[in-house]
Write a protein that binds this ligand. Structure first.
Ligand SMILES: Cc1cc2nc3c(=O)[nH]c(=O)nc-3n(C[C@H](O)[C@H](O)[C@H](O)COP(=O)(O)OP(=O)(O)OC[C@H]3O[C@@H](n4cnc5c(N)ncnc54)[C@H](O)[C@@H]3O)c2cc1C
Length: 395
């Protein structure tokens, strides 16, 4: 039977980041395999992501994870190059603009204070200041806006994943084209022993990391653990607007209704949580066009009147690995099964957290503790205690 020290289940951006950080660390000299059933990744959350990064969160740990991603992305080529080659990771820096009516103002200001303390480059804008920068925006019903002036915008999730994966492979990580169908546990020792694959093969391992995205709760079920993570559909609509928006470039703007919109040059892109936001079948990728007609477009046309005349040119749907407890990541191991690692529940912010989470997991595995950024607050313990660690700035 083949044996790997670390087996990573799922090889998209999280699995590849964990593989990258483990294989880069010279204190860890052991073999690693990544098991991935779909090397095209067409239906992974990673490939279907809107791939944006922001420093505007309510929890310091989330702000710091994104700040580390900014640092990592700015030196991406040096970090992942193989023989001088690496995928391009261009950054379209537009900022995020969170808008608030009277109801949301207190929350926005509280978040802003946390962000400033962490060193994020954010400013609060009054409705007239919003209007001055973005004259095409309707602001009469607003009380306040929070704008990221640096380090926020859009990149390319597929390139990030490819860069991490190619470098990990170069470092000796094996990618196995297969699917995990069950996991054998030694109950007396409280340890995962082996993983069974779709091909019929069984592989023994010293530990596993669950990076199966929206399907991760079924991996946890295989070892008898409950994970409050479910696939929830999120659609993105790309549209063309003939009228020029005169003023500062439209940032990734989050309307108080929850609808978000950003530039997607030469077009625009918008999305929102669906009206009926509940678990979907992991193979359901159908775009609900009524969401556009009934929930998204009316909000866009209200906020930016030029968007009354627009044409949808394309759309797609992907899945959030939605953490029903608190919409935050679940990272690390648990007492019951000390060699089973969670890397799950990223909801709508896993792309930007992948560099910091992969680094954190590698530290936990190699040194038994976090060394750079403490991710303890994102541990599985809170799931057992049923104590949410709420992120208030979610999209
Ligand atoms: C529409 C949309 C917009 C988004 N926008 C943003 C954004 O702007 N910014 C941001 O930070 N995040 C965003 N996200 C979230 C982000 O894309 C995800 O959090 C991130 O990609 C999660 O990566 P992952 O590797 O955990 O999961 P995935 O990319 O889903 O990868 C999981 C992998 O596990 C594999 N797998 C599943 N079952 C098994 C099994 N049994 N055995 C082996 N492998 C298995 C799958 O094939 C898949 O490749 C968005 C997501 C969506 C859907």
């Amino acid at each position: 039977m083949k044996h790997f020290d670390t087996l990573i289940i799922g090889g998209a951006v999280m699995g590849s980041s964990a593989a990258y950080w483990l294989s880069e660390n010279t204190d860890y000299d052991a073999n690693i395999a990544v098991i991935e059933p779909d090397p095209t990744y067409v239906r992974s959350s990673t490939a279907l992501s809107e791939a944006s990064i922001r420093h505007q969160f309510s929890q310091p740990v989330n702000i710091k994870l994104s700040m580390f991603a900014t640092e990592f992305f700015s030196n991406f080529h040096a970090h992942v190059q193989v023989n001088g080659e690496a995928p391009e990771l261009p950054f379209h820096e537009t900022g995020y603009l969170f808008l608030a009516t009277a109801d949301g103002m207190e929350n926005l200001i509280a978040n802003h204070e946390v962000q400033k303390k962490c060193g994020a480059e954010v400013i609060l804008l009054s409705p007239s200041e919003i209007k001055e920068r973005f004259p095409y925006m309707h602001t009469d019903d607003l009380e306040c806006g929070s704008l990221g002036t640096k380090n926020e915008g859009t990149l390319d999730a597929f390139s990030l994943m490819q860069g991490l994966k190619l470098r990990a492979k170069h470092n000796g990580v094996e990618y196995l084209h297969n699917r995990v169908v069950s996991i054998n546990v030694d109950k007396s020792k409280g340890l995962v022993k082996e993983v069974k694959l779709d091909s019929g093969e069984t592989i023994s391992c010293s530990r596993v990391i669950n990076c199966a995205g929206p399907r991760s709760k079924w991996i946890a079920e295989m070892v008898g653990l409950k994970l409050p993570v479910e696939p929830r559909i999120r659609a993105a609509f790309v549209f063309d607007c003939r009228e020029e928006l005169k003023g500062q470039t439209l940032p990734l703007t989050i309307d108080p209704s929850g609808v978000h919109v950003r530039t997607d040059p030469p077009n625009f892109l918008a999305g929102a949580p669906p009206a009926n936001d509940s678990e979907v079948d992991p193979d359901d990728f159908e775009v609900r066009s009524e969401e556009w007609e009934e929930n998204i477009w009316p909000v866009l046309a209200h906020r930016i009147p030029a968007f009354e005349k627009i044409k949808v040119t394309s759309s797609w749907a992907g899945h959030y690995a939605y953490n029903t407890l608190d919409q935050n990541a679940i990272i690390g191991t648990c007492e019951k099964l000390s060699n089973f690692f969670f890397c799950n529940g990223f909801s709508g912010h896993g792309f930007q957290q992948s560099p910091g989470v992969g680094r954190g997991l590698s530290e936990l595995i190699i040194y038994g503790k976090y060394k750079s950024l403490d991710l303890t607050e994102l541990g599985y313990d809170r799931v057992i205690r049923n104590e949410p660690f709420l992120e208030k700035a979610v999209i």
